[in-house]
Ligand binder design. Structure first.
Ligand SMILES: [Zn+2]
Length: 266
């Protein structure tokens, strides 16, 4: 069997949980793990119940029912991810009770939240893209020491105090011209900022989340959209979709292509 066939076989039939590294003989069969948590995906459904997906490239947007999942985690790691991170994201990004919201202004929202836990929760999504074997996530490549560092943080549900030295995590909420949140789904993509630095961009469920690796040396958190390590208050700026070039291009193309009913930006 060629190396390619062997690798393909490993991808289709993995024998190890990607998070605890346990063998399926010991930890049981792997679950179909979602790369982007399903509850965030569902926020991006069109009125007809389909996702509008744009891959950020030259191809037009399309409607899809895909929800990017593959055998990745054992049952106990799947549960670990849910209770440590997905439930936290749900509470902070889509709060049912408004207790945690300190200020909801026209330009930003301030939430009582642990920036470190929010960063780690978002990084758990990024890490899933990094270890995914799906063709949609081939862009998510980081040096091995970063991949392994993220795995240990996520597995242990702990993040070092100086995590911003490894990665910057920026979150903004996306608004249409009428001030409504745009819950658009774009296929996650990367931007090369210079020879060494990449942005990994997720646009989904009303938010744009950007992971910058490695962070610029001179980064200052003041008035930046990046989560500040150690902070107990998270400020999320509200930005027009037009401020995100890839999103503006995708929305413009969709409106041209007649998918107007699927995305409302006016
Ligand atoms: Zn596991």
């Amino acid at each position: 069997m060629s190396e390619l066939e062997q690798n393909g076989g490993a991808a289709r039939n993995p024998v190890k949980c990607r998070l605890c590294l346990g063998n399926v003989c010991d930890v049981g069969p792997l679950r179909q793990s979602h790369i982007i948590p399903r509850f965030i995906f569902l926020k991006s459904k069109s009125p007809k119940g389909r996702m509008i997906v744009h891959d950020g490239g030259a191809d037009p947007a399309y409607q899809s029912q895909e929800d990017w999942k593959e055998p990745m985690l054992c049952a106990s790691c799947e549960h670990r991810i849910k209770i440590n991170f997905e439930d936290y994201l749900k509470d902070i990004l889509y709060p049912r009770k408004k207790n945690s919201i300190l200020v909801d202004g026209p330009d930003s929202i301030r939430i009582a939240a642990k920036a470190d836990q929010l960063a780690l929760s978002l990084l758990s999504i990024f890490w899933r893209a990094v270890v995914s074997t799906l063709p949609e996530f081939t862009w998510a490549v980081v040096p091995h020491y970063i991949e392994e560092g993220l795995r240990l943080w996520i597995f242990g549900n702990t993040i070092p105090a100086n995590w911003q030295k490894l990665v910057l995590v920026k979150v903004v909420q996306i608004k249409a011209d009428n001030d409504q949140v745009i819950a658009f789904l774009m296929r996650p993509f990367s931007r090369k900022k210079n020879d060494q630095t990449f942005d990994f961009v997720y646009i989904c469920g009303g938010y744009c989340v950007v992971f910058t690796i490695p962070p610029p040396l001179n980064h200052t958190f003041h008035r930046s959209d990046a989560l500040r390590p150690g902070s107990r208050i998270v400020r999320i700026r509200k930005v027009s979709y037009k401020m995100i070039p890839e999103l503006k291009k995708a929305v413009d193309e969709m409106l041209k292509a007649g998918l107007r009913g699927s995305v409302s930006v006016e």
